[in-house]
Ligand binder design. Structure first.
Ligand code: ZN
Length: 197
């Protein structure tokens, strides 16, 4: 079972940290799974978020770096050491531009908790939660193809400038809500000027 009880068997809780609701959304997560893992993808040099089934990069990386480098640096470092990372400060286990990630941050989207775990243990745990929900794999695959096609068409036809929000989301008290200005897209469409002949 992908629940808190089995999570505690391999993951270490980041004590004293309560994550804002929807924190995962500006980072690019669009699904409904309870647990997602976040780390720095060394190959793409970008933040990566996954629920074990689908993954996204290209999100609001500064929310992640603010958390791990500033707001919860100490708490996360302690948790990483407790989770078997020998020397987190010399080789950052969550990945950076020079190091491949060995560990990830597990976000409990329902309870707003934060955990650290080795990626090779976290990923099977994340996959487990989908097996329990038994999603229609064909439908998921088709939706992904559709989504990708739409994205491609959008990129080729229109031009945009980025909105001031966090990729379509703004922090309201303790919760990320969709940005009303760009309607969650994170960008404002450039209206082409009419050419009058
Ligand atoms: Zn916006």
């Amino acid at each position: 079972m992908a629940d808190l009880r089995s999570l505690t068997k391999f993951a270490v809780n980041v004590i004293g940290i309560r994550m804002p609701g929807n924190w995962d959304k500006p980072l690019g997560y669009d699904g409904y799974a309870r647990f997602v893992v976040v780390y720095w993808d060394y190959a793409n040099d970008d933040v990566f978020i996954t629920d074990g089934l689908t993954g996204e990069s290209g999100g609001a990386w500064w929310l992640y770096t603010n958390l791990v480098e500033r707001d919860a640096r100490q708490e996360i470092t302690s948790a990483l050491m407790a989770c078997g990372a020998p020397d987190p400060l010399s080789k950052w286990p969550l990945g950076d531009s020079d190091n491949e990630a060995t560990h990830g941050l597990i976000l409990d989207r329902f309870a707003h908790g934060l955990w650290v775990a080795k990626l090779n243990e976290a990923i099977p745990f994340l996959r487990q939660q989908h097996h329990e929900a038994t999603p229609d794999k064909n439908a998921t695959a088709l939706a992904l193809v559709r989504q990708r096609k739409e994205l491609f068409e959008e990129e080729t036809i229109r031009s945009f400038f980025p909105c001031h929000c966090n990729r379509g989301w703004i922090l309201s008290l303790d919760y990320y809500v969709p940005c009303p200005e760009c309607r969650r897209s994170g960008r404002i469409e450039v209206i082409p000027q009419q050419v009058i002949l």
